[in-house]
Write a protein of this length. Structure first.
Length: 262
């Protein structure tokens, strides 16, 4: 995978080049993940939409997040809103704050383990189905896709997990991609700390604890995998039953969206 350094958009990378379990690699230049685009500079937009040729943005943030910090509009680029949690659009919203924290507006500092475990609920799974089908339909047409949430770690991370798993990437390689988020996260530790200080009501010790807990930690993905196992019988069953991708379509995706390793 290739990390892409931009001016005002964090945590951007190409999922291309990640090795599948049968030794092929995800085709470069089709699937990108990262943070929200509301502060993208002209140089950032040029890099993403002209140089990389991204033609579809899939925003998995809540509606209130999207309204407060809307993505930049780019002519010729679709911007699809497929929230994981949204009371109006999905019918469910995540409102459970971590112990000792307060709610700020409609935002919460969640317990990451509980949050990742919650994502397998049937309403959010319906959104995941829409998101992955949007991503694959564009990729099959040769139109690069950019998936993002707020910081590009949790919801965009889970979307990346699903895309990679469907294409035949194993858990270890998926985890390696997920952990790359910490390179960006740690560079911006102070701004993350100041954000969590609001939720901690000025308690610096708690804010530091929250900042560390909200890194890309392996136990987060494991909580998601465990919830899929408990609810649906595992990732493969979830892909078929809830994401609506049968073995024939999955084989087509693997054939067309992965390439032989060099």
């Amino acid at each position: 995978m290739a990390v892409i350094q931009l001016q005002n958009v964090r945590n951007v990378r190409d999922l291309g080049g990640i090795v599948t379990e049968d030794g092929r690699v995800v085709k470069p230049g089709l699937f990108y993940r990262g943070a929200a685009l509301y502060e993208a500079t002209d140089a950032d937009k040029d890099a993403l939409f002209n140089q990389l040729g991204i033609r579809c943005v899939i925003d998995v943030r809540c509606g209130w997040e999207r309204e407060a910090k809307p993505d930049v509009a780019v002519p010729g680029v679709e911007n699809l809103h497929v929230p994981f949690y949204d009371l109006d659009k999905v019918g469910v919203e995540y409102t459970e704050p971590a112990a000792g924290t307060k709610v700020v507006g409609r935002d919460v500092a969640c317990d990451p383990i509980r949050f990742y475990g919650s994502l397998s609920n049937v309403l959010t799974a319906r959104q995941m189905r829409e998101g992955v089908h949007d991503a694959f339909s564009h990729a099959l047409e040769g139109k690069p896709v950019y998936v993002h949430c707020s910081g590009g770690k949790d919801r965009a991370g889970v979307m990346s997990v699903l895309i990679l798993a469907i294409l035949g990437v194993g858990k270890e390689a998926i985890l390696r991609d997920y952990l790359i988020t910490n390179e960006s996260r740690d560079r911006h530790y102070e701004s993350e700390f100041r954000r969590f200080l609001r939720f901690a009501d000025g308690n610096e010790e708690l804010a530091h604890k929250l900042t560390r807990a909200h890194r890309a930690n392996p136990e987060n993905l494991q909580a998601f995998y465990d919830s899929l196992e408990a609810r649906y019988g595992g990732m493969d069953a979830f892909i078929v039953e809830k994401l609506g991708i049968d073995r024939h379509y999955r084989a087509k995706l693997h054939e067309q969206l992965t390439v032989p390793a060099c």
